[in-house]
Design a binder for this molecule. Sequence first.
Ligand code: GDP
Ligand code: MG
Length: 253
Amino acid sequence: MGFFNFFKRDISEQEFQEQQKMKYGLEKTRTGFFQNIVNTLTHAQIDDDLYDTLEEQLILADVGPMCAVRLVDELRDAVAEKHLKTGHEALDELREIICRELTPRYPMDLDGKPAVILVIGVNGVGKTTTIAKLAHLYKDKGKRVMLAAGDTFRAAASEQLELWADRAGVPLVQAGQGADPAAVIFDAVKSATAKGYDMVIADTAGRLHNKKGLMDELAKISRSVKKASPEASLEVLLVLDAITGQNAISQAE
Ligand SMILES: Nc1nc2c(ncn2[C@@H]2O[C@H](COP(=O)(O)OP(=O)(O)O)[C@@H](O)[C@H]2O)c(=O)[nH]1
Ligand SMILES: [Mg+2]
């Protein structure tokens, strides 16, 4: 069971049990971290041992220790307050608590025409994958989405994004390896504006071939976006690896 199945709750208890049986029958070694949490909660009494186990499992699932303690404390309070009795009830409660925790504190500015999202972060952190997910999400919401292959550092980066663009069924603006990322993003925003697209989601490289500072590059891209469309809005999304903990904060800074 992956992260997303953990949040799926629109199945009956019986369906859930059957799914579990089948999963284990087919693939005994498949023990995702969230699966462990589900198992813990559905097979145990609510007591102090359970909270300890949960805390440990959350940490093993890459939730930061402080956050894990906070989540379990919240669960403990909710169990007492709402007089929850069963593990299943506690599981539902934990889902809600985690969803709340994951709700963004600040909404993204997507009011521009087009709304541009620039995705940044170090190499291999999951930028391109995140773009694929965002493209899918916003397309599902009825937005017309265009992608921009601003990672011009690696030859394969554009191809990887092209694959995701095809899968999501959205167009991609790309240029050759070594092209100026700001120019690629400029072209994409221009094209999106001309064709009436709602959004441009732009990939970037974790490193730059010209070794210029990433911040300078960001400022340049920001100017390109405004030049391509004065009506555009720009959000910069920094992708971080959840397991880097405090180091993530220094990266952001
Ligand atoms: N475990 C895990 N792997 C991921 C996640 N997102 C991306 N990856 C994998 O990490 C690798 C690098 O991802 P990619 O999107 O290419 O990173 P980029 O270099 O920042 O664009 C790929 O093998 C992805 O499948 C994630 O959320 N969890
Ligand atoms: Mg990439």
